[in-house]
Design a protein around this ligand. Structure first.
Ligand SMILES: NC(=O)c1ccc[n+]([C@@H]2O[C@H](COP(=O)([O-])OP(=O)(O)OC[C@H]3O[C@@H](n4cnc5c(N)ncnc54)[C@H](OP(=O)(O)O)[C@@H]3O)[C@@H](O)[C@H]2O)c1
Length: 283
């Protein structure tokens, strides 16, 4: 028998079966770290197109401000640029102080900003290792920790807040490139997601991770000389990911439709991990 306190959820579900209800995110407030380009820009665009107010961050101020203006105009929405370096505790504190001065709560935190570092094994530098680990892993833990009170503020059993960590298929498969810290950091992101999900679910904050496969971006572009043809030909879907692929998955996770998905690591990779089991170069 369903407990009395949870019965309303089933009534709610029947009322909310239409797509417009089931996938509704409008009126929410989101943060997308690293929203000035690549996957972060795609996620921010998906939110803005559907009525979400979005704060985006990056270090390069001019590009960030320009992107926020472009996205606001394109979607007739509110995209707010906040330049900061999230790889440092000071940078995170400055960012959180700014958001606290503007909002009393946050609905969605998308921990997307990430970095890679490639060097031959024998020369792999501490500088590269720390850069990757500080941004990809440490900043996800501490930024989420610092924003937990704002995420919890309006979160409820019926309408939980969400954290989505952007991992990578390189954290599921072993990458062929000499990016030793990167795959390691992304495997840590996936496990951190489960650890955070366990700690925060009781506060009605649902944490999940997306593990993207190849998407057009400066990071992947630099690794393949901006020629994606080999990657496309070897992908089961014969293409790289598109903005709709990643934005749609994020909207699913943030909407009513995703409210029972917790601590999951969801690949968005055209089937590389699930059916091909290959890394980017071998696939
Ligand atoms: N593209 C892919 O194929 C792919 C595949 C798997 C996973 N991913 C993951 O997806 C996420 C986005 O990657 P992407 O490919 O879109 O990369 P990207 O094009 O290099 O974009 C990275 C974004 O993060 C920002 N950023 C970098 N360092 C930062 C810092 N210290 N503080 C604040 N912002 C910072 C960048 O702006 P600034 O440089 O101005 O700071 C930029 O907005 C990453 O976590 C990446 O690991 C990407």
């Amino acid at each position: 028998m369903i407990s009395r306190e949870h019965k309303y959820l089933f009534n709610l579900a029947r009322k909310g079966m239409k797509i417009a209800e089931l996938f509704n995110v409008s009126g929410k407030v989101a943060i997308v770290t690293g929203g000035s380009r690549g996957i972060g820009e795609m996620i921010a665009a998906g939110f803005l197109a559907n009525g979400v107010k979005v704060y985006i961050t990056a270090r390069k101020e001019a590009a960030l401000i320009e992107k926020a203006k472009e996205l606001s105009e394109m979607y007739n929405g509110e995209c707010i640029p906040v330049p900061c370096d999230l790889s440092t505790m000071e940078g995170m504190d400055d960012f959180v102080s700014f958001v606290q001065s503007k909002e009393d709560h946050i609905d969605y935190l998308i921990n997307n900003a990430g970095a890679s570092w490639g060097e031959p094994y024998a020369e792999y530098s501490e500088k590269g290792w720390d850069k990757v680990m500080d941004l990809n892993v440490k900043s996800i833990f501490y930024l989420t920790q610092k924003l937990t009170p704002m995420l919890a503020k309006q979160a409820s059993l019926e309408d939980p807040s969400r954290v989505i960590n952007i991992g990578s298929i390189d954290g599921l498969n072993v990458p062929a490139l000499e990016s030793y810290a990167y795959g390691t950091s992304k495997a840590a992101v996936h496990h951190l997601t489960r650890v955070q999900a366990k700690r925060l679910v009781g506060e009605n904050i649902l944490v999940n991770a997306i593990a993207p496969g190849p998407y057009e971006s400066m990071m992947l572009g630099a690794a393949v000389n901006h020629d994606y043809s080999l990657i496309e030909s070897r992908n089961p879907r014969k293409r790289i990911g598109s903005p709709e692929d990643i934005a749609g998955l994020v909207i699913f996770l943030c909407s009513r439709a995703g409210a029972y998905t917790v601590g999951a690591i969801i690949p968005s990779d055209g089937g590389l991990v699930g059916i091909a089991g290959h890394d980017l170069s071998q696939s």
